[in-house]
Design a protein around this ligand. Structure first.
Ligand code: PLP
Length: 446
C-alpha cells in the first residue's frame, strides 16, 4: 500500500475543519448551558476500536459473539453509576437524551395515553410532550404545565391538571429553567394520581452529583439524563430506575431495557459506554464537587454582574447553572439580534423564549446563558464580571437594531443585520478582548 493512502488522518480535509473548530472553541467564550468540554480520557476512548464492535443486547445476553470485553465495559459503567446515584438499575445504551425519553414513553405508555410535561415556552424540552412536531406529542395525549408569576413552576396548577387529566406519566425536567426543582412535590402529585414520575435531569446531573441540587433519587421512579451536559461525559444518555420505581412496578427495569433495545435501538455505541464509565469515575472524585460548586458560584456572580449593568433576568436570578436574560426592555424579539451580535463579539449563547413570550418562538425575546463551559475551562468570578460587561456593551451597542413590526420584513432585516454586524468595528474590538482572555484558559482545566 502506498503511503499516500487516504486513511492517513492528516490528509483529510475534515481534520482541518476539526482544527478550526477547536481554535474557535479556544478563542471564544461559550455560554450555552447544555454544552461542556470533556476530559482527555473521555475524548480519547471515543475514538478507540470499541466503535468497531456490534453488541446488540445487554451484558452476557448478546446477539453477537466476541463481546467478553464489551460486557466488562458496560458492566463497569452500570456499576459505577449505580453506586454514584444509589439506584438499583441503570441502562447506558440510549444514543442521546431524546431517544432515551422516547424509550421511557414507549416503556410505560400505550399510544393515546396521557402524559404531563412542562411546556417548551416555560423551559421544558420538546420530548416532554410538545404538541404536533414531536413523537411525544403526536402518539400520546399530551398535557402541558407551566409557570407562576414569579417564573417558578406552578405546582398547584400542575396538581389540578394531574387531577383533571389523570396522566400515566409526569415528567419533571427542564432545559431553560434557572431554579431548583422540588422533586418531592412532583412525587406527591404523581402518587395522588398513580402516575409514573420521570425526572429528566439532563441539564443538572453534574449539580446533583456534586451536591448542588437536591437529588431526584428518593422521589422519581425513573431518571433520565444526557451524559454530555453538566455531567461532562460523552454525547449520550442514561436511564435509571430507582428503588421507588421498582416498588411501584417490579417489571419497570425490564420494560425500560426492552424499550431501549429492541424497542427503539440496535447496537449500543460501545465507545460511548466506555466514556460514560470514565465520566462516572471522574464525577466521583472530590474535584467534581468543587467543579459543581464553581458552576453555581459563577452563575450567581454572572447574574449579579448582569443586573449591575441594568440587564433584566427572568425570575430575578438563578439557583443553578443557567440564567435567562429578559431583553423585552430593549424591544420585543430582541434575543436574535443579541445572539448574532454576541457571536461576532466572540461570545456564543442562544436566543430563547421567555415565559409569556410576547414576540414569537422564531424571534424570541430572551437569551439563555450558562456557566458549565466556562467553569470547565477554569474561569471564576472575576472572569464572570468581565463577561457580563462585554454582554452589556454588546446589548447597548445594538439597541437601536429593532425587529420590524412587519412580519414579512423580519427575515430580510435579520439577514442584513447579520452582514452588518459581521463588520461592526465595536463588536470586532470586543472579539479581540474576548480572545485575549479566552486564550489564557485551556478547554479542560480539571
Ligand atoms: C438536552 C435535553 C434532552 C435531549 O438530549 P439530546 O441529547 O439533545 O437528544 C432531553 N431533555 C432535557 C431536559 C434536555 O436538557
Amino acid at each position: 500500500m502506498s503511503k499516500q493512502t487516504p486513511s492517513q488522518p492528516k490528509q483529510h480535509a475534515v481534520f482541518d475543519l476539526v482544527k478550526r473548530e477547536e481554535q474557535r472553541q479556544k478563542e471564544m467564550i461559550g455560554l450555552i448551558p447544555s454544552e461542556n468540554h470533556s476530559s482527555e480520557a473521555v475524548r480519547s476512548v471515543l475514538s478507540s476500536c470499541l466503535s468497531s464492535k456490534y453488541a446488540e443486547g445487554y451484558p452476557r445476553r448478546r446477539y453477537y459473539e466476541g463481546n467478553q470485553i464489551i460486557d466488562e465495559i458496560e458492566q463497569l459503567a452500570q456499576e459505577r453509576l449505580k453506586k454514584l446515584f444509589d439506584v438499583p438499575h441503570v441502562n447506558v445504551q440510549p444514543y442521546s437524551g431524546s431517544p432515551a425519553n422516547s424509550a421511557v414513553e414507549f416503556a410505560v405508555l400505550e399510544p393515546g395515553d396521557t402524559l404531563l410535561g412542562l411546556s417548551l415556552s416555560s423551559g421544558g424540552h420538546l420530548t416532554h410532550g410538545h404538541p404536533q412536531v414531536t413523537f411525544s406529542g403526536r402518539f400520546f395525549k399530551s398535557v402541558q404545565y407551566g409557570l407562576d408569576e414569579q417564573a417558578r413552576i406552578d405546582y398547584e396548577a400542575l396538581r389540578q391538571l394531574a387531577l383533571q387529566h389523570r396522566p400515566k406519566l409526569i415528567i419533571a425536567g427542564t432545559t431553560a429553567y434557572p431554579f431548583t426543582l422540588d422533586f418531592a412535590k412532583f412525587a406527591a402529585i404523581a402518587d395522588e394520581v398513580g402516575a409514573y414520575l420521570l425526572a429528566d435531569i439532563s441539564h443538572i446531573t453534574g449539580l446533583v452529583v456534586g451536591g448542588e441540587h437536591p437529588s431526584p433519587v428518593p422521589h422519581a421512579h425513573i431518571i433520565m439524563s444526557t451524559t454530555h451536559k453538566t455531567f461532562r461525559g460523552p454525547r449520550g444518555a442514561m436511564l435509571m430506575v430507582t428503588k421507588r420505581g421498582l416498588a411501584k412496578d417490579p417489571d419497570l427495569a425490564d420494560k425500560i431495557d426492552k424499550a431501549v433495545f429492541p424497542g427503539l435501538q440496535g447496537g449500543p455505541h460501545n465507545e460511548t459506554t466506555a466514556a460514560i464509565a470514565i465520566a462516572a469515575e471522574e464525577a466521583s472524585l472530590p474535584a467534581f464537587k468543587q467543579y459543581a460548586q464553581q458552576i453555581r458560584k459563577n452563575a450567581l456572580s454572572l447574574a449579579a454582574a448582569l443586573q449591575a449593568q441594568n440587564l433584566k433576568l427572568v425570575g430575578d436570578g438563578t439557583d443553578n447553572h443557567l440564567l435567562l436574560l429578559d431583553l423585552t426592555p430593549f424591544g420585543e424579539g430582541f434575543g436574535t439580534q443579541v445572539a448574532f451580535a454576541l457571536d461576532v463579539a466572540g461570545i456564543y449563547a442562544n436566543r430563547n423564549t421567555i415565559p409569556n413570550e410576547p414576540c414569537s418562538p422564531f424571534y424570541p425575546s430572551g437569551l439563555r446563558i450558562g456557566t458549565p463551559l466556562v467553569t470547565t475551562r477554569g474561569m471564576k468570578e472575576a472572569e464572570m464580571v468581565r463577561i457580563a460587561e462585554w454582554i452589556a456593551r454588546v446589548v447597548k451597542h445594538i439597541k437601536h437594531e429593532q425587529l420590524p413590526a412587519d412580519r414579512q420584513a423580519r427575515q430580510q432585516f435579520l439577514k442584513d443585520f447579520k452582514l452588518r454586524s459581521a463588520q461592526d468595528e465595536v463588536l470586532l474590538a470586543i472579539r479581540q478582548e474576548v480572545k485575549e482572555m479566552a486564550s489564557q484558559f485551556p478547554l479542560f482545566a480539571w
